[in-house]
Design a protein around this ligand. Structure first.
Ligand SMILES: Nc1nc2c(ncn2[C@@H]2O[C@H](COP(=O)(O)OP(=O)(O)OP(=O)(O)O)[C@@H](O)[C@H]2O)c(=O)[nH]1
Ligand SMILES: [Mg+2]
Length: 233
């Protein structure tokens, strides 16, 4: 199968331990696939690793956001998506919590006419009880926001792993720029809350989510505050 109509956008902040492995798996498994690493000024070896791989494969690009005033995961994902030239884009994390083998199934969902294909966490292993409780509660609030606004929804509204038709994303984002919270972690939620229920085909692909294998988590209080802003905007 040919994957030259697909770009993987990977937001990064200090992911030297996993980014190389992830890119090699993607380029080795999916012929012609493009990769954009959207980096917010990592001070480890992330840039060096990606540069080495992009010298070998012209489809791999390092997007240097170190001088941007609008830092953040969502802001980085948006810049990567808008920079892409392909028909489809998939956003995924660098830390291998999002299995590269799920990319093929997301692509098939996009090929069959879905505007958005969400990779849905079917089992989450390794999370402490408090993180499960916080996560479940926030999901309930988010779901209520989408339900009340008659917006599009899916089985994992906070997934950081999803595919989208690039032109659809550009159109929705272009009309709702200030409803996307750049500092936040929930770009999919920001997208769904801008889409009227039933106006776009959304499908799901299940996968098993594990704790990160290497590097350290960047999720924290700032991102929780950003999520509250997402609920309100
Ligand atoms: N460009 C950019 N990337 C970020 C930023 N914060 C996190 N990331 C990347 O976004 C992805 C998700 O971040 P994680 O720290 O893994 O967040 P998480 O998966 O919710 O937390 P863990 O389960 O503990 O890993 C990773 O690829 C990070 O490197 C940011 O401010 N800017
Ligand atoms: Mg992670």
């Amino acid at each position: 199968m040919d994957y030259s109509d697909l770009t993987i956008v990977i937001p990064t902040l200090n992911e030297e331990e996993s980014i190389g492995r992830l890119i090699s798996k993607l380029t080795g498994s999916y012929d012609g696939i493009r990769v954009i690493v959207s980096d917010d000024g990592s001070d480890d070896g992330t840039e060096r690793v990606v540069d080495r791989l992009s010298r070998r494969n012209g489809n791999v690009k390092f997007l240097d956001r170190s001088k941007r005033p609008d830092k953040g995961l969502t802001a980085s994902a948006i810049e990567g998506i808008l920079d892409a030239k392909t028909k489809y884009v998939i956003v995924m994390d660098a830390d291998l919590q999002h299995p590269p083998q799920t990319v093929g199934r997301i692509k098939r969902g996009l090929d069959s006419g879905n505007g958005v294909v969400v990779a849905v966490r079917k089992s989450v292993t390794g999370w402490q009880l408090y993180r499960r409780i916080v996560s479940r509660s926030l999901i309930l609030v988010g779901y209520a926001v989408l339900l009340a606004g008659r917006r599009e929804r899916c089985g994992d509204i906070f997934s950081g792993f999803f595919g989208v038709d690039r032109k659809l994303f550009s159109k929705v984002y272009g009309r709702n720029r200030n409803r996307f919270v750049g500092e936040g972690y929930k770009i999919l939620f920001d997208l769904l809350k801008c889409i009227d229920r039933g106006s776009v085909k959304v499908s799901e692909v299940p996968y098993a989510f594990h704790v990160r294998e290497a590097g350290s988590s960047k999720a924290g209080v700032r991102q929780a505050a950003a999520l509250l802003r997402s609920f309100l905007s």
